[in-house]
Ligand binder design. Structure first.
Ligand SMILES: [Cu+2]
Length: 412
């Protein structure tokens, strides 16, 4: 069903006469700010550096970081710093996108189009967004587009970040009823029953291609299972930030964490190869822990089972919620463990934190990116990134190396 939707989207994009008509359509609709900014970025980032970036040893690519000329910088703030009114404005804008028709995909809301893009970025032939150098620039563009859509609803809203090194318990205030809502309720199959995105109010419509269950509500089990009982620490973050090299060959999930900041932050450990499941998409074979970015996804989700690691035959009794007719070793996942994880709005707060950490790394080591060439398609410095290239936005990793050039900064 979801595959059909994507094919409809691809056909719709491909059948329009040219990209200019599609872009014109976006400008006429809800994407004006988005297109205006994105099309200005290439010229800005190609200006010669004037002291902003330090030329690096070891083949790094220095990139200028000029000030954004398109207006005042937007500020993304710690979710903890938002006033009750600001929290409500963010939630209301998210809820509005959930019902607003998508300009890009027939029959989907704006919000669910983002879920679909994130899920299908795992396709074997695409692999645009994870397990490679473009992990950080892809998600930067993804959040920027989402934020601009929020701002069409309410220009005062930016995406807040969740500093999970500090707010690292189920009692943290991001889980309050006026923001993300709380943990799943054990006697309701771990459904989220509180807050604005509770069961009955927030309905999931885009599911992973191999998800037979298609649970239509958020599922969370903070720290459940055995793979992510705790969140990454401040020391973990400092260790990653100290790595001076952005990424390393072979530019995938198997890069040992000390050799590159990208996978240190993305969080794949001891992975040997990536395999293609034509339905589920690409996934690596790993024996190590899930750290950092991956670990946060799994901590929120509760890790009942991960298909790419062969289920839970080793500890089948650890699956906390047996469901009639389902195999607990392979079928139970919290929402944030899926490829369609943006279904849980905490996705945006988590990825704003990841993006903030990348910006901090850039401030320490220069706005550098690797590889220039030789990596998987979509992951080299000047490659177009899918799906943005399919909706008339030719954005590359190079265009994502400075948040200031994209018009925003992080507070704190
Ligand atoms: Cu992602």
């Amino acid at each position: 069903m979801k595959l059909d939707r994507f094919e409809v989207l691809s056909r719709a994009v491909g059948s329009r006469a040219n990209r200019r008509r599609l872009v014109a359509g976006l400008v006429a609709g809800s994407g004006a700010a988005l297109v205006g900014r994105a099309t200005r970025l290439p010229a800005q980032t190609e200006k010669p550096a004037d002291g902003g970036a330090t030329p690096a040893a070891g083949g790094h690519h220095p990139v200028a970081t000029p000030a954004f000329a398109g207006g005042p910088l937007q500020v993304r703030r710690n979710a903890n710093a938002l006033s009750p009114g600001e929290r409500a404005a963010f939630v209301d804008a998210v809820l509005a996108l959930k019902v607003k028709p998508s300009p890009w995909a027939d029959g989907l809301s704006v919000y669910d189009t983002f879920v679909l893009w994130h899920r299908d970025a795992f396709g074997c032939a695409v692999m645009a967004a994870h397990m490679g150098p473009a992990f950080l620039p892809w998600h930067r563009t993804f959040l920027h587009l989402f934020e601009q859509q929020l701002q069409v609803v309410d220009p005062s809203v930016t995406v807040p970040y969740w500093d999970w090194t500090v707010d690292n318990t189920p009692e943290a205030n991001i889980w309050a009823d006026d923001l993300m809502g709380g943990n799943g309720k054990p006697d309701e199959l771990n459904a989220v029953m509180t807050g604005p995105f509770r069961k009955g109010r927030w309905e999931l419509t885009v599911f992973d291609h191999d998800d037979a269950r298609q649970t239509p509500y958020l599922v969370r089990d903070f720290g459940g299972g055995f793979m992510a009982p705790t969140l990454p620490t401040a020391a973990d973050v400092e260790e990653a930030l100290a790595i001076p090299v952005y990424d390393a060959a072979p530019w995938n999930a198997s890069v040992p964490a000390p050799l590159g900041f990208r996978n240190a932050l993305e969080g794949w450990r001891d992975c040997v190869r990536e395999t293609c499941d034509p339905v589920a998409g690409m996934s690596p074979e790993c024996t190590g822990s899930h750290d950092m970015h991956n670990r946060v996804h799994l901590w929120v989700a509760g890790e009942f089972a991960l298909a790419h690691e062969g289920g839970r035959e080793d500890e089948p009794e650890a699956s906390p919620v047996p469901v009639p007719g389902q195999d607990p070793a392979t079928d139970l996942f919290g929402t944030m463990a899926f490829n369609s994880s943006p279904n849980d709005p905490v996705f945006w707060l988590h990825h704003a934190q990841i993006d903030r950490l990348w910006a901090r790394w850039g401030a320490l080591h220069g706005a550098r990116y690797l590889p220039e060439t030789g990596g998987p398609y979509g992951h080299n410095l000047d490659d177009p990134m899918w799906p943005f290239s399919h909706i008339g936005l030719l954005v590359s990793p190079r265009m994502n190396l400075s948040t200031e050039a994209m018009g925003y900064v992080y507070e704190g």
